[in-house]
Design a protein around this ligand. Structure first.
Ligand SMILES: C[S@@+](CC[C@H](N)C(=O)[O-])C[C@H]1O[C@@H](n2cnc3c(N)ncnc32)[C@H](O)[C@@H]1O
Length: 219
């Protein structure tokens, strides 16, 4: 278990459901793609406190979701109970390949997680997700783009297009070319589009993120 990440995210989620309860725009867009491709079961890695996994379950998918933060999962489980939603939640590390052994999903939805890692870890994260997706399965994700001028370039550049505002917390900014390259071996890219996500934190401060929304079909 990645204890640095776990400690950091537990501390963030001690303030509760910090970005509110509405699903991300990328979850809403994923819903259409999942229905179009007859997805039945969806995996949501790094689900946080559940704003997207709860919403996807309400759209009729069988949802399995996990996060490295136990504080986040407690919040998610509480909401799913209050709303009588049957969602399989786990506290787990996405890099732990002893978790979800022999489980395969029609769809995977990953919101704002892949950009939190350095190059080698991003590759192994993608490999791990690919191994959990059935052939023809649909991977959708959002990630920060090089066009996010509010955040791009802040801190020290530890790798190409990767900046650390706080030491040990990289943020990688994707170009479309890079996204298509990293997906090219195992996926057909069905959509790669920019969108804006507005995040409002508990103090009421808003931030506009320029994100990619990507839809890819496993070959
Ligand atoms: C920016 S937050 C996004 C949360 C959620 N996807 C959302 O959009 O509300 C990133 C999430 O990734 C989780 N995370 C980070 N590293 C992880 C890992 N190695 N395994 C599982 N989850 C991880 C964090 O705990 C955090 O909840």
């Amino acid at each position: 278990m990645n204890t640095v990440m776990k400690t950091y995210w537990n501390m963030r989620y001690n303030d509760g459901c910090i970005w509110g309860y509405e699903p991300c725009p990328s979850a809403v867009m994923s819903n259409d793609w999942f229905h179009k491709h007859r997805v039945v079961n969806v995996l949501v890695p790094g689900c946080g406190y559940g704003r997207n996994s709860l919403w996807l379950a309400k759209q009729g998918f069988y949802v399995t979701a996990f996060d490295v933060s136990d504080t986040a999962i407690e919040l998610a489980v509480e909401q799913s109970r209050n709303q009588s939603l049957d969602i399989e939640y786990h506290v787990a590390d996405v890099f732990d390949d002893t978790f979800l052994v022999n489980r395969y999903f029609d769809g995977i939805y990953l919101s704002n997680v892949i950009h939190l890692f350095l190059n080698e870890q991003r590759r192994s994260l993608l490999d791990r997700l690919t191994s959990l997706l059935r052939p023809n399965g649909i991977l959708t994700f959002s990630c920060i783009s090089v066009f996010d001028t509010n955040n791009y370039g802040i801190g020290s550049e530890v790798e190409s297009n990767t900046f650390e505002k706080h030491e040990g917390k990289p943020l990688h900014f994707f170009s479309e070319e890079e996204l298509r390259h990293v997906l090219s071996n195992n996926y057909e890219v069905l959509k790669c589009q920019l969108h804006t996500q507005t995040e409002t934190d508990p103090s009421g401060e808003s931030e506009e993120l320029k994100l990619w929304f990507v839809v890819a079909r496993k070959l």
